[in-house]
Structure formats: C-alpha cells, structure tokens
Design a protein around this ligand. Structure first.
Ligand code: UTP
Length: 419
C-alpha cells in the first residue's frame, strides 16, 4: 500500500478497526514515529479480521473426535526387519538421494517458549563436549548422508518473523558449518495475531501487533507462498524429508526411511515409536473414518488407549514423532487445500492500557495449524516404527523431562563422548 498517502491509509485503517471493534489498535498511533505509523497501518490493513473473528468464535468449541470410527494404524518396526530387508531399503533410499531427489526441511519457526532460550531454538547449546548447537547437530547429520550419497542435499529451514534474522546471522557467523551455502535456504512461515479472551487482537508494543507463528502445519502454505516448491522443482526434488529442530537424535535424510517409503509405494510416511504407557501424553496414529489420523491422548477413549495385542504391545501405540517424508506433489496439493486452525490458550506479554502486562496464567488465544491434520487428505501413509532411545531426544523444557540434560544424556549414549 506504499502508493496511498498516510492520511488515506489512516482513514481506511480507522474504518476497518471500527468495523471489527478493534479500535484499541490505533490508540497510540499519534505517539509513534513516521515509520512505525506506516508499519502499523500496513499491518492492520493486511489483517483478515473477519477470518480471525471466525477463529475466535470457534475457539472454545474445541475439537473432539465426533466420529469414533477408529481403527489402529500399526507401524512397521525397523527392529523386526532382517539384515537383507534393511540393506534393501537402505540401498533404495541412498540411491534416490544420490540421484538428487531428496531435500530436507527443518521446521524451526516455533517460539520455544518452554525452553526460554534467548534467540532461535536452533542456536541452543545442549552442553555436548563439542558445544554444537541444534542447527549444527542437524547440519552434521546431513553432511554424513551427503557424503555417502556423494551429493549435497538441499536444506530448507523454516523460520518465523521473530527468529529469522537471528537464525540466518547464526549460520553466517558459523560459516554455514562447512555446508555448501547455496544449498541452505531459509524461508519464513506466516504469523497470525494473538487475541485475548474477549476477542481483541493484542498489541506487543504500542507500535506492533502481537503475533505468533501459525503452527507446524504452516509449513505447506509457507513452502508455497515463498516459492520454495518452485525452487525444489528446479532442483529436481521428488521427496521432502521433514523434521523439527528440537530432536537431537533425528536421523537427517534417513535413507532407511526413504527406502521404506519408496519400497512400500507410499506417497507419505511418518516415523513412530511405541508409547510407554497407556496415558503417555502424545498423539498416536490410527485411521479415523478410514483415513490416516493422529489422535491426541486427550481425545482417545480410555479402552482404546489401553488396548494391547497378543505380544503385549499397545494397539493404538504408534506415537507421532514429527518426522515425515512427503512426495512433493502431495505436499503441494496439501498446500492448496489448506489446514484447519486449532486454538491454544497461552500466557503472553501484551501492551494493554498503556503498560506491558504479563499474564499470570494462560489467558490468550494463539491459533495454530498442525501438520498431522494433512494426513486425512491421504488415502494411506506409511508408518516406520523406530526405537525411541536411538532416534528421539527432544529439547522442550529448561529442566526436567525433555530438557537439554535428558537430550544430552541420550545423545551421548548413542554417539559417545566424541560428539
Ligand atoms: P513445538 O510445538 O514443540 O513448539 O514445536 P516450540 O516452539 O518448539 O516450543 P514451545 O511449545 O513454544 O515451548 C515442535 C517443532 O515444530 C516447530 C518448532 O520449531 C519445533 O521444531 N514449529 C512449531 C514451527 O516451526 N512453527 C510453529 O509455528 C510451531
């Protein structure tokens, strides 16, 4: 809107906030400098308040499995494959990588609020002897497979407005950890305004609307909006390996995983591990109404959660690990269809009535999409069951479970002190 003069923009913005009862957003405009004024007005003019208020209206009607046509989706355990089968899927996967058909995508756009680390989560040092950051750990994983496949695997890193510049600067400062710079691409995911319980969009500062990243499901639309799919096509990519930034044991561009997917003729696959107990706080794979689905621990009926097979394994036990492979065409279709929003009630710090207010308990609405909601668009998908101790050590919290300390111990148990 740089073509329209300030007075006209202000008039449009005033009309818009009045229509949606968000007048407080312009309360401090007279105290801002010229650039801040322009930025705030552009932001207001770009917000789809109608859509936001629809999300707000539905915020408390949270999502329960209306239909209980559930069937188990049982993963294929890597541990029960014999040597020949393992070699076969490894060779299939590695050959595909060597042909330049696989890229990796790291979702690093989250806010890492539980960890409370200053700066992007990827820059976090979990205290390994090498003091490698989470970004470097993933980079080293990619280097290993790149060497084996004799090719440099393109690596796309999803950031968000809040951590993009710091993430890029960190790679620059560390000389891209020795990875070919032209094969590391950053792109930002979209942000969505945060609202209070009364349906008012919150301000982060007098000059800025409070926003949060639109969830890990924002990956697909962000790949589209940032023309990343086009870049992938130019590079001849057929498969997208996807993971979060915070699992220090993730096997980047895992040839076994890709080989399993290709051999089983799936267009998408997920890794899983078996849950430890019936009430474990994680979503598990199943089929709902005949389609692949991840049912949350809060959603699954107790008798299903507790059900065991003849070996004593949980039938609804394959836990979603946030590690996937998608055929690029499928990912593009998902981006076109779009994913539903879910509401999270979170604590935030907002600028309200002339002061910064930190909520004492979760009281604000953040809206997020979940990647796993895309599974119901698929006819079927592969589930590759791995061992938790070998491949899953998340860094979520400052202390206690899923902290740097637990992740470090698990990492050292797998890779040893030299790591
Ligand atoms: P989490 O849901 O654990 O969120 O993300 P988080 O941001 O790391 O931490 P909290 O909940 O604020 O404490 C799992 C993975 O998904 C990515 C995160 O960066 C992490 O790798 N993610 C999450 C995004 O990329 N974008 C999002 O909007 C949300």
């Amino acid at each position: 809107m740089s073509g329209i003069n300030y007075e006209r923009k202000l008039e449009f913005a005033r009309k818009k906030v009045a229509e949606y009862k968000q007048e407080h957003l312009l309360e401090y405009i007279d105290f801002l400098d010229v650039n801040e004024k322009e930025r705030l007005l552009d932001d207001i003019l770009n917000i789809d308040f109608h859509f936001l208020l629809e999300l707000y209206k539905n915020a408390d009607k949270e999502i329960c499995a209306e239909s209980l046509d559930l069937k188990p989706a049982v993963g294929v355990p890597k541990s029960t494959m014999n040597q020949k089968e393992l070699e076969e899927i490894y060779e299939i996967g590695l050959a595909e990588i060597s042909r330049g058909n696989l890229c990796a995508v790291t979702m690093a756009g989250g806010q890492g609020s539980r960890l409370g680390h200053e700066g992007p989560k990827g820059t976090y040092d979990i205290g390994l002897p090498s003091h490698k950051s989470l970004f470097e750990i993933q980079c080293d994983g990619l280097k290993k497979i790149s060497e084996k496949a004799n090719i440099s695997i393109p690596w796309y890193i999803m950031t968000s407005e809040t951590n993009h510049d710091d993430s890029v600067a960190f790679f620059e400062k560390n000389n891209y950890f020795g990875y070919p710079k032209e094969d590391i691409m950053f792109f930002k995911q979209s942000m969505i305004p945060v609202m209070d319980r009364q349906g008012r969009v919150l301000l982060e500062t007098p000059a800025k609307i409070l926003k949060s990243p639109n969830g890990n499901g924002g990956l697909f639309s962000s790949l589209k909006e940032n023309s990343i799919f086009s870049d992938m096509h130019k590079r001849g990519i057929k498969w997208i390996f996807i993971c979060g930034i915070d699992n220090v044991l993730v096997k980047m561009a895992d040839p076994y995983f890709l080989g399993f997917t290709i051999k089983s003729k799936y267009k998408a696959s997920a890794k899983s591990f078996l849950k430890r107990d019936a009430g474990e706080k994680a979503g598990v794979f199943c089929y709902k109404d005949g389609r692949p689905y991840v049912i949350e621990y809060t959603e699954i009926p107790k008798e299903y959660a507790e059900l065991k097979d003849e070996n004593g394994d949980y039938v609804y036990g394959d836990t979603n690990v946030l590690n996937y492979i998608f055929d690029i065409d499928v990912a593009e279709d998902i981006a076109s269809v779009g994913l539903p929003y879910h509401t999270q009630i979170k604590s935030v710090t907002a600028y309200i009535n002339g002061e910064y207010v930190e909520s004492k308990k979760p009281d604000s609405y953040k809206f997020e999409t979940f990647l796993f909601d895309s599974f119901s668009m698929l006819d079927d998908m592969g589930i590759f069951r791995i061992e938790r101790e070998e491949e899953f050590a998340p860094v979520k919290n400052k202390t206690g479970i899923d902290s740097a300390e637990t992740a470090r111990e698990m990492y050292l148990a797998v890779y040893g002190e030299d790591s």
